[in-house]
Design a protein around this ligand. Structure first.
Ligand code: SIN
Length: 293
């Protein structure tokens, strides 16, 4: 992987060899010409997550940028911003205790039949310390997975459920995300089994990638939860190895877009006493079944 380089007027600075790149030379507040939108889709496929500093987008601009990657989605279970059904206000107040939205490794809403193909997060208020987000490449993780685990997972489905939003697995009250985010919890339909292939193939790069995450996957198809647990835990320990990750320090106005099906991500809850406000939008694409490896 190259270091900082120019490509068609953009400056691309990879964060690590596995994942993440900062992009300079683009103003996301204006409509993107088709060739630029194509270029960004190609960069996203290669780096999995792109960062654009000092953009300061309003919601209309964020939605238009998101639509450059795919149709805007309206998601269940998280109460959207009033009057903006496709926008989630990701907020934690200075006096909030307990969890943080996205505060464990996950792939956004992987339990849906068509999970978001990608997500866009725009930073408005950033704490003076902490509040970073980590992403991990599930293509790099698959490529380095030991052969016996590859054999076990190839052509196998995994069962995803909306655990945090359902009934059976919903987290205890004192560990739930605080007052800054309104969740619709306790919906039995979130507990329904959703079968997705454990390994996907990226439609643009052809790379294979793991498609499992500990927030929503309960077991492998054809196995009980007890039989699956040690396998899923071993795969997850491997899937989040530091060399497959990047960690991003936010600044106000920064916009990130990530390939949801090629990554897991983790919002770090380490800024007690400070406020953090982001707006998230998501876009659709192929279903995991359509991307089976
Ligand atoms: C998310 O999981 O989408 C939120 C990530 C973050 O707040 O950093």
């Amino acid at each position: 992987m190259q270091g900082t380089h120019q490509t068609d007027g953009l400056t691309v600075t990879p964060l690590t060899s596995a994942i993440g790149a900062e992009i300079e030379g683009v103003d996301l507040s204006t409509p993107q010409p088709a060739d630029l939108a194509d270029q960004l889709r190609t960069l996203l496929a290669r780096h999995h997550v792109l960062f654009f500093r000092a953009q300061h987008l309003d919601l209309e601009q964020q939605k238009r940028f998101t639509e450059g990657f795919g149709p805007l989605l309206t998601l269940p279970y998280v109460t959207p911003l009033e009057g903006e059904p496709q926008v989630i206000r990701v907020y934690k107040g200075a006096d909030e205790r307990g969890g943080v939205f996205g505060g464990d490794w996950h792939t956004d809403f992987s339990f849906l039949e068509r999970p978001p193909a990608g997500s866009v997060l725009s930073a408005h208020t950033v704490p003076p310390q902490g509040g970073d987000t980590l992403w991990v490449s599930q293509a790099a993780a698959w490529e380095a997975l030991p052969a016996p685990l590859k054999e076990l997972l190839a052509e196998r489905d995994a069962v995803h459920v909306g655990k945090p939003y359902g009934v059976k697995w919903a987290p205890p009250l004192d560990t739930q995300t605080g007052a800054g985010m309104k969740m619709a919890r306790g919906d039995a339909s979130a507990d329904e089994d959703r079968l997705h292939p454990a390994v996907l193939r990226h439609p643009l790069t052809g790379r294979q990638m793991l498609f499992l995450n500990p927030t929503y996957v309960v077991r492998l198809d054809g196995m009980s939860e007890e039989e699956s647990r040690p396998i899923l835990e071993a795969v997850q320990r491997h899937a989040i190895r530091p060399e497959f990750t990047c960690r991003f320090r936010w600044s106000p106005g920064t916009v990130a877009v990530w390939d949801n099906l090629a990554t897991q991500h983790y919002a770090v809850n380490d800024y007690q006493g400070f406020e953090r406000l982001m707006y998230r939008t998501t876009f659709g694409g192929l279903s995991p079944r359509e991307m089976a490896a």
